[in-house]
Design a protein around this ligand. Sequence first.
Ligand SMILES: Nc1nc2c(ncn2[C@@H]2O[C@H](COP(=O)(O)OP(=O)(O)OP(=O)(O)O)[C@@H](O)[C@H]2O)c(=O)[nH]1
Ligand SMILES: [Zn+2]
Length: 362
Amino acid sequence: MSLAPSLAERVARARADLRMGVPVVLQTTSGAALAVAAEGVSAARLADLASLGTAHLAITARRAETLNARAYDGDLARLILPKDVDVTWIEAVADPADDLTHPMKGPFQSARGGDATAARAAIALAKSARLLPAAILVEVENALDLAAQNGLTVIPVGQAMPFMADLAPLHDVVHARVPLVASEAGRVHVFRPDDGGEEHFAVEIGRPDRGQPVLARLHSACFTGDLFGSLKCDCGPQLNTALAQMGEVGAGVLLYLNQEGRGIGHANKMRAYSLQDQGFDTVQANHRLGFEDDERDFRIGAAILKEMGFSTVRLLTNNPAKVARMEEQGITVAERVPLMVGENRFNTAYLATKAKKSGHLL
Ligand SMILES: Nc1nc2c(ncn2[C@@H]2O[C@H](COP(=O)(O)OP(=O)(O)OP(=O)(O)O)[C@@H](O)[C@H]2O)c(=O)[nH]1
Ligand SMILES: [Zn+2]
């Protein structure tokens, strides 16, 4: 029946549920589990979940490493909740903010054996909801009844995981002329993905010839650098310089990709900044939070370029990974154009870390 939400709609709904602290039901071949994001879980929800059966706190192997917890499931660990579990314990495990001031959170007991599929899906959903990558799960016999009685979203994990791993098609919803400081011949396009995910923008300068390599930038959103003039990174100057260069040559395309904080989201990026204040570098901070160095999906950039009719670019970047990802996705990078601007005394260490650990070219 067409009134029933599709898989895409259910996944989008689950993302919103997790952000609100509402449990979702994750259905796997071995059963079904109720899952709720660790971030912001209420005491009442935690008590209710724990009363239904054996609950676990799923965290990524990255977070487990910091906590000295065993990750028997490879990329994740399922921690057994202590008998007297409370919200403070959940928060302390999921959020590294107080790791240094309260280092003794363990010892932790990790579940071994059994099926980690639901836990893996819960973490993937939490990440795509831009929450801390941690979720509380409890396996229950009557999950579908509970879902029906309580209006919970049910996610068939076997279908949802490949669906989430695939790139959702993006559509040019609308575009309009926007005169810019860099060029009066500016045009802004809004691209919307089919899966209810975030919108991205393309700023087209002039009328670039689709048959020639176009001066292009894939700029990942950085609200602190792009909007507030933060000196902790080089994003703002890179954004403005890229547009200015396109204005000078009279043609170009800048993709403004909503992948804040290298794909971890606003709140998590600020958490990473807070860890940097404690002495960790940008990569270590991501790891302590439970993320990989870079959680961005550059297939989005390639898909938008193709949708706009571009196949060959002169890419403004210092990041060789961006060049590699474009080539993998069938976009020819005719030239890498360096974009070395915006160094200052607050971001020297950040830029040096990117060069040392992420292969950025200086
Ligand atoms: N997680 C995290 N993200 C950060 C930090 N500082 C900046 N960012 C994000 O890093 C991204 C930087 O994006 P870009 O400038 O497009 O990418 P880049 O990989 O540096 O490559 P180029 O600028 O093209 O050389 C943005 O999404 C920022 O929000 C940080 O300390 N931690
Ligand atoms: Zn930035």
